[in-house]
Design a protein around this ligand. Sequence first.
Ligand SMILES: Nc1ncnc2c1ncn2[C@@H]1O[C@H](COP(=O)(O)OP(=O)(O)OP(=O)(O)O)[C@@H](O)[C@H]1O
Length: 235
Amino acid sequence: MSFAHNLETILRFENVTLELGDGDSRVRPLDSVSLEIARSEFVGVVGPSGAGKSTLLAVAGALQSPDSGSVRVLDQELTEMAGSQGKMAKFRLRNIGFVFQSGNLIPALNSADQLRLMNRLAGGSSSFDPMPFLEAVDMAHKAKNLPRQLSGGERQRVGIARALVTRPGLLLVDEPTAALDRARSQQVVALLAEQSKTHGVAVMMVTHDHEVLGHCDRVLEMVDGRLGTFQPATT
Ligand SMILES: Nc1ncnc2c1ncn2[C@@H]1O[C@H](COP(=O)(O)OP(=O)(O)OP(=O)(O)O)[C@@H](O)[C@H]1O
């Protein structure tokens, strides 16, 4: 892989602002936010509750449109698609993977079928084989288990495999360790870091868990809708 290829920008925010609510309760969860995340880069986002982190993920994931500014994912300006929910949904399905708190798996489907469904929704090949994806997260032996037959960490690993089925350029991760103990948290975030390098995915992970930040290439901090470099407290 060439150096130039490594530095390809996958996600770019330029001066993105979004206000929500009305009257006295009006808030600005995104206030002139600019950021760039390159292919294979794993970026953590921390910050106090209500700072705008989930909103940042929603806008990056084409789930919410900003009031102003530019949001590019790969070569697509998301704000240009804002008028068409259909286009947005299609683009999202093909290019953006999501991983949520507890894996967000469908209760009635086993691990392999979670991945098969994702492949089908994205219009993938009918000969799709979920096993290499499950092997990559060390879950091939639980391919036939339902989510309720898996531990929290295992559910999270299946969720990561499922998010990678469509080979997205961008992976958006929201509090992946919220339901996990310390050891499992480290495992899951190490896995995300590894997968970002193997698949060349740009990963943006929102977390309150400062113990996993060592796996990130870079950490940003959101405070009152503004994004800056995270300065860990030195006590
Ligand atoms: N639909 C909405 N209407 C009005 N205000 C909203 C809406 N969604 C979020 N907010 C407000 O926007 C601000 C940012 O919310 P957001 O969920 O992005 O914060 P967060 O950093 O993810 O918080 P947490 O760490 O608690 O999840 C908060 O003040 C929240 O109350």
